[in-house]
Unconditional design. Structure first.
Length: 316
């Protein structure tokens, strides 16, 4: 994975402000994005990429992966908020804003220096609004964001993206991985001999009727049992509902851990590049405050006590 910038970013109190921009809020967002990206990097670095059939290891890998996905997705949103807040782009989508349309408008008027106005501005940040604003500005960040979106957010050529997997987590709260799925062992008695269909590479299909509990002679429908590589049971009422087993499972959406890890690492590296693009465009224009007369940045040193993450994170 690419190295994430950790130097030359200080906390907001070390910076000055200029009219019509919000430098210190942008700095805070730089720091928020960097921290969230760092957390994603930690999760990814502890995922063992060696294929294994060990259920316990695979389960732990998916926990790290779940955290990485959420942090990566949030990191992109935080990156978008940097130019959104720095340039006060949100103002263009208030009632009197030049870019306000029926589709692109703020749900509520954002008024600076009122309670929670920054929070409201954060909530109003969207890809469409920001791109519209950057286009008006002719800012090169626009093409960088668009390239990232085309490759990693809305890429129809991919079976999944970090964004789509996070939406699955949001709405379904689960991701299904093949490495965690236990297939059904189906054994049938053939001429008095128990035969495991999986081990013998055999399949079976049969149908049977089911009846009303009170009127045992009245058939209500049919149960269809199919076993090929796994068990599936469909239930159909005569003249009524069909209940397909496939609708109850996540089998069609099952993922390979290695495929998701690979996409996350590629996303992370591209996100580092996007971070650098936003940083290079905005940070040099932000004015330092309390060290400007000395001509040097503040004397901030790294702490002597680090954290040995290997004590707390491991899958071995």
């Amino acid at each position: 994975m690419k190295e994430l910038r950790f130097e030359n970013l200080y906390s907001p109190e070390y910076y000055h402000e200029v009219p019509n921009l919000d430098s210190r809020i942008a700095i805070r967002k730089f720091l928020d994005a960097r921290e969230t990206m760092g957390l994603a990097g930690i999760s990814l670095s502890y995922i063992d990429t060696t294929p294994t059939d060990d259920f316990e290891k695979n389960f732990i890998r998916t926990i790290y992966l779940r955290h990485a996905l959420i942090d990566l997705n949030n990191s992109f949103d935080l990156l978008l908020q940097i130019p959104w807040l720095y340039f006060r782009a949100w103002n263009e989508f208030n009632r009197a804003g030049s870019l306000r349309t029926r589709e692109l408008k703020n749900r509520n008027e954002i008024i600076r220096n009122t309670d929670d106005w920054v929070y409201q501005a954060e909530r109003e940040c969207s890809i469409a609004k920001l791109l519209s604003y950057l286009n008006k500005l002719g800012n090169p960040i626009k093409s960088k964001v668009e390239d990232f979106i085309d490759s990693y957010v809305q890429n129809a050529q991919k079976l999944f993206t970090v964004r789509s997997l996070c939406n699955t987590l949001k709405h379904n709260h689960v991701l299904s991985f093949k490495e965690l799925y236990s297939t059904y062992n189906f054994t049938v008695n053939i001429n008095g001999v128990p035969v495991n269909l999986r081990e013998n590479n055999l399949g079976i299909e049969y149908k049977q009727e089911f009846y009303d509990q009170e009127k045992s002679e009245q058939s209500l429908g049919e149960i269809r049992t199919v076993y090929s590589s796994d068990l599936a049971i469909d239930i159909e009422y005569y003249g009524g509902d069909l209940f397909r087993f496939s609708d109850c499972t996540h089998e069609s959406d099952m993922l390979n851990i290695s495929d998701v890890v690979s996409e996350c690492v590629s996303y992370y590296d591209a996100l580092v590049d996007l971070f650098e693009a936003v940083y290079s465009e905005i940070y040099p224009n932000i004015v330092p405050a309390f060290w400007i007369n000395e001509g040097a940045p503040p004397n901030i040193k790294k702490g002597e006590n680090g954290i040995d993450l290997n004590k707390y994170f491991s899958i071995t």
